[in-house]
Write a protein of this length. Structure first.
Length: 142
């Protein structure tokens, strides 16, 4: 698990402006994610949100859809049950931006992308924007 965490941390840090990465995003089936909000890479294993606050609308981006930012509902705070790399089970509470990161990465562990929180019309617009950005990058590299 330590080697995977180091790989995930390096991948995260190689992506400017990103703060979280779930194992499925790099092809691992492990139910874990890493994040770094300025205090070094942290890892949560088998995370489960067990309580939460009210919803607020927040803007999010994602390594899976680079360049796309959408506004979606997220809980203001969350309580998370998980295991750490040390194999200690903990209950962790977070609010604000860190709560948002935790929810985003937990979604990845369940096969959910940020655009899955959008209405069908907004999801279509976001995907069209992503396709346009992808085409622009291809043209620039030609």
């Amino acid at each position: 698990m330590g080697r995977l965490t180091r790989t995930m941390g390096a991948t995260l840090h190689a992506s400017e402006g990103r703060v979280g990465l779930a194992a499925p995003q790099i092809g691992s089936l492990k139910k874990m994610f890493v994040y770094d909000v300025g205090y070094g890479v942290r890892c949560f294993i088998n995370p489960s949100i067990i309580d939460h606050g009210d919803e607020v609308m927040v803007e999010e981006g994602c390594l899976s859809l680079p360049g796309i930012y959408v506004t979606i509902p997220r809980y203001r705070w969350v309580k998370l049950s998980c295991m750490l790399l040390s194999r200690h089970h903990v209950v962790f509470e977070a609010e604000g931006f860190l709560a948002q990161v935790i929810q985003h990465e937990c979604d990845h562990l369940h096969g959910i992308l940020m655009i899955d929180h959008l209405s069908p019309e907004d999801r279509k617009k976001a995907l069209e924007e992503y396709q346009e950005l992808t085409l622009q990058k291809q043209w620039q590299n030609s």
